[in-house]
Ligand binder design. Structure first.
Ligand SMILES: Nc1ncnc2c1ncn2[C@@H]1O[C@H](COP(=O)(O)OP(=O)(O)OP(=O)(O)O)[C@@H](O)[C@H]1O
Ligand SMILES: [Mg+2]
Length: 222
């Protein structure tokens, strides 16, 4: 069964200005799909839909065969299951960071999951090490550099150990060392069975990572 199925999605923010038109996409469990397209072609919009933050005006979104719509996400247990399964790295990490320390930022999700303090601490330490950001542990996320913010936001997503990772421009703003590390890390995630959906313009993700590449187009104006 496909993990994700979008069928004939139509989406517009402003009436008469379509962003996605009859857009369909299927994503198999454990695969990696790369989303490309010009600025403004709807990559981030698509990601908001995949995360249940926006809904198409028409069309259908199935996640593991279950229809995801506003009604479904109103149900607490359904919404919880859905949001636990998908980890979303926003294009702009400022949208995600709101805690007063990097430690608390990464601990936030695991605490919400009801883990013990000891288990939370273990996860946070593991993530700090994994992302090589131990030295930032007590810093205020808001004051970090752009690349540092991205690493902290990503670590906070990974701390939740989601099945599906929706990553909006994860490489943007990173130095070459971090880019190389991230390419290797994404391959490890895939090898571990995670489903990856990545918006990026980089060609090197096609080597040994992408199973499918989708190019979004800006609809021609009438
Ligand atoms: N909240 C919003 N309200 C109105 N229009 C919006 C909103 N968000 C995005 N848009 C418009 O929708 C279109 C698609 O935007 P989106 O952010 O999805 O593109 P993108 O492919 O992610 O671009 P980029 O490569 O710059 O990140 C653009 O024309 C944008 O101006
Ligand atoms: Mg975008």
């Amino acid at each position: 069964m496909d993990l994700i199925e979008l069928k004939d999605i139509n989406f517009e923010y402003e009436k008469g200005e379509p962003v996605l038109t009859d857009f369909s996409l299927t994503i198999e469990e454990g695969s990696c799909v790369v989303i490309r397209g010009d600025n403004g072609s709807g990559k981030s919009t698509l990601f908001r839909i995949l995360n249940g933050l926006s809904f198409g005006g028409s069309g259908e979104y199935l996640f593991k065969g279950t229809k995801i719509d506003a009604e479904y996400l109103k149900d607490n247990s359904g919404a919880k299951r859905f949001h636990k399964a998908i980890g979303y790295l926003f294009q702009n990490p400022d949208t995600m960071l709101f805690n007063s320390s990097v430690y608390d930022e990464i601990a936030f999700g695991p605490r919400q999951m009801g883990l013990t303090d000891e288990e939370v601490d273990e996860r946070v330490i593991d993530c700090l090490k994994l992302f090589d950001i131990e030295s930032l542990k007590d810093k205020v996320p808001y004051h970090l550099s752009g690349g540092q913010k991205k690493m902290v936001a990503f670590a906070a997503v990974i701390a939740l150990d989601p099945e599906v990772l929706v990553l909006d421009e994860p490489f943007a703003g990173l130095d070459q060392k971090k880019i190389d590390w991230l390419l290797g890390f994404l391959k490890e995630l895939k090898a571990a069975g995670k489903t990856l959906i990545i918006a990026t313009h980089r060609d090197d993700v096609n080597e040994g990572l992408a199973d499918k590449t989708i190019e979004l187009k800006i609809p021609a104006s009438e």
